[in-house]
Write a protein that binds this ligand. Structure first.
Ligand code: IPE
Ligand code: IPE
Ligand code: MG
Length: 246
């Protein structure tokens, strides 16, 4: 079947280079079907592959996805354990595909709280894809913007205390070097699915000038066509960064 995307004329894309997605709505998607929340998380995980694979065609060089927040530990033990096991299985299963599709995988977030097996798989995925030059996929796992800034500040303070950094040299270029995202550009577009219009502690520093799209679709229903529509919409926006348009 020919998709909508295939029928449109191919115009040069002026899309975002870095897209970050708050993948929300898995629980409600499952609930609507009378199934346990984890059923929704599994359906959501399957969507990730399609979206990652569509990035080269859409000109998205960096994709950052929010998989588990520092606040998500508040959920039931069953849901948290199920998610952790899903992450382990997901990484194990997808590693080869990432290499094959030339996807460079990175993780952001506070790792020590994650179990050793999962941390090992995360390290392995990063090492295996270190030479990949296609899409840069960053998975935020046990990630919180405030937690990230706090950890960064702690390291920066240590550098000051130990004489490696002078307080007068701390500027807007300094702090981001201590963030988990230090090698990534700032996101141009942040998408949140499921109808909630909040950012839930995602990429606080980095998204200061990002464009936002809040859409009602639940994450397991998010398709490359919907993604494409949002990317095209981004092309029509006027990003002024505080200045006046030309
Ligand atoms: C997002 O879906 C996935 C995670 C937060 C892990 P939710 O689980 O938050 O789904 P809803 O918001 O309850 O529908
Ligand atoms: C944000 O979704 C976190 C992830 C998508 C991983 P939540 O469902 O946890 O956010 P809140 O609780 O609705 O703000
Ligand atoms: Mg949610």
């Amino acid at each position: 079947m020919v998709g909508k995307r295939d029928m449109e004329p191919t115009a040069p894309r002026t899309g975002p280079r870095h897209v970050a997605i708050i993948m929300d709505g898995n629980g409600r998607w499952a609930q609507k079907r009378g199934r346990p929340r984890l059923f929704g998380h599994h359906a959501g995980a399957r969507r990730v592959r399609e979206i990652v694979s569509s990035c080269p065609e859409f000109g998205v060089k960096y994709l950052t996805i929010f998989a588990f927040s520092t606040e998500n530990w508040k959920r039931t033990q069953t849901e948290v354990a199920g998610l952790m096991s899903l992450f382990r299985r997901y990484i194990m299963k997808e590693m080869q595909a990432f290499v094959k599709e030339n996807v460079r995988v990175r993780f952001i977030g506070d790792r020590p709280r994650l179990d050793a097996k999962l941390r090992g798989l995360m390290d392995e995925a990063e090492e295996m894809t270190v030479g990949c030059t296609g899409t840069n996929l960053t998975i935020a796992l046990n990630y919180g913007g405030r937690d990230e800034v706090t950890r960064a500040t702690k390291r920066l303070a240590r550098d000051v205390a130990e004489g490696r950094l002078h307080p007068d040299d701390v500027d807007e270029e300094t702090l981001p070097r201590y963030l988990d995202t230090c090698v990534l550009p700032d996101p141009d577009l942040v998408i949140r699915t499921s109808g909630e219009a909040r950012i839930s502690n995602f990429l606080l520093w980095q998204s200061a000038y990002a464009e936002y799209e809040f859409i009602d679709t639940l994450w397991p229903d998010f398709t490359p066509d919907i993604f494409d529509g949002l990317l095209r919409g981004y092309g029509t926006r006027d990003r002024r960064f505080g200045a006046v348009s030309a």
